[in-house]
Design a protein around this ligand. Structure first.
Ligand code: AKG
Ligand code: FE2
Length: 354
C-alpha cells in the first residue's frame, strides 16, 4: 500500500508554538514587523502599475500557451469558464462561512490533534513564525464525516456531499490544467508515465484547506497568512469577494489578486516547479486582512501519490547540464519543508559547476 497524505503528515508533525485556538484578543502577538518577515515592508504594487496575474478563459483558443506563459512569468493565474458549476462554488462558500461562524467551543470539538492534520486550528505554517496570524483554518483530508458530525449534528451529510462533489470537480480540473501547462512545454504522456491523462486519477491525491480571515482592527500591522509557496503540484483557490490574496514578483513586489466572481485562482506549487526543471515559478503568496469585511478562501491542494518520484522532465534539461533538482517523493519533500520551510527547494537543488 502506498502511504497516503495523512500518513505522511502524521509522520512529520509540526509542533505549533501557540495554542491551536486563535485568540484574536491579544493584539500585540498579532503585530508584525520586518523582523518577523523580511518581505513585510515591501509595499504592494499600486493597481496603477497595471500588472496583474493573467485572467484566462479556458474556452479561448491557444489556451495552453496562455497558461504556459502565466506559469513561467507569475506562477499563478485566474481562470473563468472552468466548468465548475457556480452552485458548487456557492455551496463550498456557504459551508465554509457556516463552519467558521459556529461557536468556538463547537469548532474545538473538531480541533486538529497534535499529531493529526485534519480538523480545525491555526495555519499549519504558524510554527515557522513567532507572531500569530489573523486567521483560522480547517483542513480536510479524506472523508470529513467524523469531524462534520461533531460540527453540525443535523446537516453533516449535506455538507459532506458538497465536499465530495467539489473535490471531484477539482481533481478533474487540476489534471486538465497540469496537462495544458505541460503541453505548452511540449511535454506529453510519453514523458511523464505516472500521470496518465486517461486514468481515473488514482495517481493523484489532495487536501482541502478552508481559511477564514476575520475582520481586523489593524490590518496594516497584521498578517492573515504569512508568505509561503505551496508544496503541491498545483493549488486551485476559491476566494470570496473580499480581496486579500497577494502574489510576489521580484520586479513588482506584492500584487493583489482581485476577486473575480465565479473565477478560480491557480498557483504553481513546488513540485510542479521541480517537474518543469524550474521553468514554472512556484509562486510566493500571502493573505492580508481587511478592516471592514471578513474573507474566506478554499484551497484545493493537489499532488501525486506519496510514493511517486518527482524529477525534472528529462526533455526540459539541456544535454550539457544536470537537472536543477534531484528527484523526491511528496513524502520526502514534505519532510524537508517541515524542517526548512521556504528554503526546502534550495535543499534539494543540485549543485551546478559555474
Ligand atoms: O487565503 C488565501 O488567499 C491563500 C490561502 C493559501 O495560500 C493556502 O491555504 O495555502
Ligand atoms: Fe498557499
Amino acid at each position: 500500500m502506498p502511504t497516503m497524505l495523512t500518513d505522511v503528515l502524521r509522520g512529520n508533525p509540526i509542533h505549533l508554538p501557540h495554542s491551536h485556538q486563535p485568540d484574536f484578543a491579544s493584539l500585540m502577538s498579532y503585530t508584525w514587523t520586518c523582523r518577523d518577515d523580511p518581505l513585510f515592508a515591501v509595499a504592494p504594487s499600486p493597481p496603477a502599475a497595471g500588472e496583474n496575474i493573467p485572467l484566462i478563459d479556458l474556452n479561448q483558443s491557444d489556451v495552453a500557451s496562455h497558461i504556459g506563459r502565466a506559469c513561467r512569468t507569475w506562477g499563478a493565474f485566474q481562470i473563468i469558464n472552468h466548468g465548475v458549476p457556480l452552485e458548487l462554488l456557492q455551496g463550498i462558500e456557504l459551508l465554509t462561512g457556516s463552519l467558521f461562524q459556529l461557536p468556538v467551543q463547537r469548532k474545538l470539538k473538531a480541533a486538529r490533534s497534535d499529531t493529526g492534520f485534519s480538523g480545525y486550528g491555526v495555519a499549519r505554517i504558524s510554527s515557522f513564525f513567532s507572531k500569530k496570524m489573523w486567521s483560522e483554518g480547517f483542513t480536510i483530508i479524506g472523508s470529513p464525516l467524523n469531524d462534520f458530525r461533531k460540527l453540525w449534528p443535523q446537516l453533516h451529510y449535506n455538507y459532506c456531499d458538497i465536499v465530495e462533489q467539489y473535490e471531484e470537480q477539482m481533481q478533474k480540473l487540476a489534471s486538465k490544467l497540469m496537462w495544458l501547462s505541460l503541453d505548452s512545454l511540449d511535454v506529453s504522456e510519453e514523458d511523464i508515465k505516472w500521470a496518465s491523462v486517461s486514468s481515473d486519477l488514482n495517481w493523484a491525491q489532495s487536501a482541502l484547506q478552508l481559511n477564514h480571515y476575520p475582520v481586523c482592527p489593524e490590518p496594516d500591522r497584521a498578517m492573515g497568512l504569512a508568505p509561503h509557496t505551496d508544496s503541491t503540484l498545483l493549488t486551485i483557490l476559491y476566494q470570496n469577494n473580499t480581496p486579500g490574496l497577494q502574489v510576489f514578483r521580484d520586479d513588482l513586489g506584492w500584487v493583489t489578486v482581485p476577486p473575480v466572481p465565479g473565477s478560480l485562482v491557480v498557483n504553481v506549487g513546488d513540485l510542479f516547479h521541480i517537474l518543469s526543471n524550474g521553468l514554472f515559478k512556484s509562486v510566493i503568496h500571502r493573505a492580508r486582512v481587511n478592516q471592514i469585511r471578513s474573507r474566506l478562501s478554499v484551497a484545493f491542494l493537489w499532488g501525486p501519490r506519496s510514493d511517486t518520484k518527482i524529477s525534472p522532465v528529462p526533455k526540459l534539461v539541456s544535454p550539457d547540464e544536470s537537472p536543477l533538482y534531484r528527484s523526491v517523493t511528496w513524502t520526502e519533500y514534505l519532510r524537508t519543508k517541515a524542517t526548512h520551510f521556504n528554503k526546502a527547494l534550495s535543499m534539494i537543488r543540485n549543485q551546478r559547476e559555474e
